[in-house]
Design a protein around this ligand. Structure first.
Ligand SMILES: [Zn+2]
Length: 221
């Protein structure tokens, strides 16, 4: 049985719309697919409709970017429905915080004498959520910097003049509400991981397992 439990659509940084992604999965004869866009459940309804049409089992989810000093940790949460709930509401708060952060980055750029508007950045992002890569792309188009890596190196990265701190969830905040809702979580792509990350995730997952229902699975990769 072939499944893919970690995918991104245009609702975050993927290249296919949720429906196109499901159609591609059906063409590859997958039997189940999860949509796990970064920090958002916005693509779930469209993906679910497409999966029903294609006869594919569908798992709603998200990939949450968590605080994990000195880097960050990406945590895949599965079986999370796009309804109001503790984790979903936190994701909405974080979306609002991201919008405010983008505004502050644009203000910093103005203070540095670089003329970029939020409208230009939104246009670059299309329908997905707006972030620093889109800002970087606009800076390249305007000839402010030579490349996207240069935009980060010179302006947008931590410690550079247009950097603005980002609000993130801790891994505990991301796992607990999901577990209370009957969701499952698995560590996605931890950067700067180490033995104590593994121990901490295991401990959290043990607490999660006690609460999971038969329908749900807890995955660690
Ligand atoms: Zn991912």
């Amino acid at each position: 049985m072939a499944v893919d439990l970690h995918t991104h659509s245009t609702a975050s940084d993927g290249s296919d719309s949720p429906a196109a992604l499901i159609q591609a999965a059906a063409a590859l004869r997958l039997e189940a697919i999860a949509l796990t866009d970064h920090d958002t459940l916005a693509g779930i309804p469209a993906a679910r409709r497409a999966a029903a049409t294609a006869g594919l089992e569908f798992v709603p989810g998200t990939e949450i970017s968590c605080e994990w000093e000195p880097g960050s940790m990406h945590l895949v949460v599965l079986f999370l429905e796009p309804v109001s709930g503790p984790l979903q509401d936190r994701l909405q708060d974080l979306q609002a915080a991201r919008d405010a952060r983008n505004e502050r980055i644009v203000e910093r750029l103005h203070q540095l004498g670089i003329d970029v508007s939020l409208a230009e950045v939104h246009q670059e992002a299309g329908e997905g959520s707006v972030g620093r890569p889109h800002l970087a792309a606009v800076l390249v188009q305007k000839g402010v910097v030579e490349s996207i890596p240069a935009a980060f190196d010179e302006l947008l990265a931590k410690g550079r003049p247009a950097y603005v701190e980002r609000e993130r969830l801790t891994p505990e905040e991301a796992i607990r509400p999901g577990a209370e809702l009957g969701g499952g979580a698995g560590a996605g792509t931890p950067s700067h991981s180490g033995p104590h990350l593994i121990r901490r995730v295991r401990r959290l997952l043990r607490a999660t397992r006690r609460r999971r229902t038969d329908r749900n699975r807890v995955l660690v990769r």
